[in-house]
Design a protein around this ligand. Structure first.
Ligand code: ATP
Ligand code: MG
Length: 571
């Protein structure tokens, strides 16, 4: 490819709305352009890298025995109603209407479509296992599209869905995908690490996310350097010391706390109640019912854990009016002590850390008053004990006792054992060897292909621009003749090396622009071609060319040896 023939609109400065390095570089290197928030055009160079990543994904999926198909982006809403996700995923589903005012859902993912397909096309154990995948455009109405391709409204995902005869067989399919993902990200030149992930309302033990460590990542990962434990903070646990509050059998006492509506305020004089001695009472609305979460005053509720326990991700904090109606008090004076509750039917989830706690202080369900000497077991009717708290850095690892650390990361892939959740909704059944009807066991596996592209840049860059791994660079070699007159010796040699490398299957771009060397070098570094070959009169006079690996030191090579010197760098 010749530079003047393609379109590489490099920019000196990134547009102001690009916040993170990789987003800036995508724009500056002329790889993408924004059409609207979270919606991008891939320019020729960006598309080349995208295709290379997709190719790696396809090769590894095929190698792992998965079969490619392509499902529609337009989906009838009825299948989303059938799975129950029309409601639970409503905040991310894009909906459009046709001319007959009929509604359609744009594909955010494809469990509904594939499970319906399996239900009609798979009937016997002889057809199993099967793993279907596609690489296609997905649409999500993200609340906050940002960081370029990282969180887009329209993006490319590889999604795969496995069908098996049993849970054990599904585990084998899961492991194959886990291994394929490890290879895919390695071949893309990335450092990723798998972490245990939240299984949310589906439950079960098996879900891993593949994470790229990055300050700009939207996920927090809890990890242990001593034993390799790693989990998304939504799922992570720690080994907390048991509650050792001395037994306090004193009766509950009400005391006045005028104006005190925070945990913090109650820790101060004249009250001096440590946060760890307080009970935090949080009231939410889920499925139009109130539900209470009790936490120790110094702990944070983990919303993902809470969602898993109440069985839905669709919940919101109760409004002050709803709270007043149910308790007779305003936020800041709430408590779950049974004798003070107007409505005793509200479900109360209490964090495990409060088990056995006594001598606690909590709101009295009366504005301006709190209660002390509260015993969890004695005074509060807990519907369910659960792990609801968010782990903090420095807490002991549950496996080995060493202190846990927390770091930010970007999720690029996700593998998940689904069990029979969708099979049941769509009757994805098969007949076993003895003719008995059974449910298929499913798994689903996603890779954000466009997010991966950007994560590679987030991981590989310096002050001059992108540093591409050879495997996914838009072109592996950039030839930079300093004189582009077609009759010059410089250009003739450039053309010759271009032809020879192309013949050997190396993708090369020839910078045939009539520009100053400084401009050409800067652009080559900005785009980040792994190898730049410099050809100028000075080195030609010595019978040499220059070879500059991106991010490495300049080398010279005899013209006759040029190709043999370049080829090993292509590995
Ligand atoms: P997130 O928590 O980041 O929203 P998710 O859990 O919704 O991700 P999945 O439904 O598991 O994501 O989708 C599979 C993969 O698709 C993710 O691992 C991620 O790489 C990618 N992905 C998800 N949402 C987006 C988005 N809005 N823009 C770009 N890529 C995305
Ligand atoms: Mg999401």
């Amino acid at each position: 490819m010749r530079w003047t023939h393609t379109l590489i609109p490099t920019l000196r400065e990134a547009p102001a709305d690009a916040e993170i390095t990789s987003h800036k570089l995508l724009l500056r290197a002329g790889l993408i352009r924004k059409l609207a928030g979270g919606v991008y055009t891939f320019l020729p160079l960006g598309l080349r890298t995208l295709r290379k990543i997709e190719q790696i994904v396809r090769e590894e999926m095929n190698r792992a025995g998965a079969i490619e198909l392509l499902m529609p982006a337009l989906q009838p809403p009825e299948i989303w109603q059938q799975s129950g996700r029309y409601e639970t995923a409503r905040d991310v589903l894009f909906k459009v209407k046709d001319s007959g005012n009929r509604e359609w859902v744009l594909s955010a993912t494809a469990e509904e479509v594939i499970t319906g397909l399996a239900a009609s096309e798979i009937s016997s154990y002889r057809q199993l296992p099967k793993n279907f995948y596609q690489v296609s455009v997905k649409f999500r109405d993200e609340i906050r599209p940002r960081f370029g391709l990282m969180r887009a409204r329209e993006f490319i995902m590889k999604d795969a869905y496995s069908f098996d005869v049993s849970d054990e067989a599904a585990q084998v399919s899961y492991q194959k995908m886990y291994d394929a993902y490890t290879r895919i990200f390695e071949r893309c030149g990335m450092k990723t690490f798998p972490v245990e992930a939240d299984t949310g309302v589906i439950g079960g033990k098996y879900s891993h996310e593949f994470m790229v460590p990055a300050e700009t990542g939207e996920n927090e990962v809890v990890y242990c350097e001593a034993c390799n434990y790693a989990a998304n903070i939504e799922k992570a646990t720690s080994a907390l010391p048991k509650n050792e509050s001395a037994v306090n059998n004193s009766p509950i006492e009400k005391f006045a706390t005028p104006g005190v509506v925070t945990i913090e305020a109650l820790t101060k004089a004249p009250y001096n109640v440590a946060a760890a001695q307080q009970i935090k009472t949080l009231i939410y609305v889920a499925d139009s019912k109130l539900v209470i979460a009790l936490m120790r005053g110094d702990d944070q509720l983990n919303e993902a854990k809470f969602a898993g326990k109440i069985g839905t991700t669709v919940f919101r904090p109760a409004t002050a009016d709803e709270i007043f109606e149910a308790t007779g008090a305003h936020p800041g004076s709430l408590g779950a002590v049974t004798s003070t509750c107007k409505n005793k039917d509200i479900r109360v989830l209490a964090d495990e850390r409060l088990r056995g706690a006594n001598g606690m202080t909590t709101g009295a369900n009366e504005d301006g008053f709190h209660l002390r000497n509260v015993s969890l077991e004695r005074d509060i009717q807990v519907s369910q004990w659960a792990d609801l708290r968010t782990v903090r850095a420095g807490e002991a690892c549950a496996n080995c006792g060493k202190p846990l650390k927390i770091r930010r990361a970007i999720e690029v892939g996700h593998v998940f054992k689904l069990g029979t959740k969708y099979s049941e909704k769509f009757n994805a059944e098969y007949l076993d060897e003895s003719g008995v009807r059974k449910m298929c066991f499913m798994g689903c596996y996603g890779i954000g292909v466009t997010r991966t592209l950007q994560a590679i840049i987030e991981q590989g860059n310096d002050k001059d621009g992108i540093i591409w791994p050879v495997s996914v660079a838009p072109y592996r070699v950039c030839i930079t003749p300093l004189n582009v007159d077609p009759n010059s010796e410089t250009m003739r040699l450039a053309e010759k090396i271009y032809a020879e490398l192309t013949a050997r299957g190396v993708d090369v771009i020839l910078d045939d622009r009539d520009e100053r060397p400084g401009v050409k070098f800067k652009d080559a570094d900005l785009v980040g071609f792994p190898i730049r070959i410099g050809i100028g009169e000075k080195s030609l006079a010595k019978g040499e060319i220059e070879i500059k690996p991106r991010g490495g030191a300049l080398q010279t090579a005899k013209i006759a040896e040029a190709i043999d010197r370049i080829m090993p760098l292509m590995q």
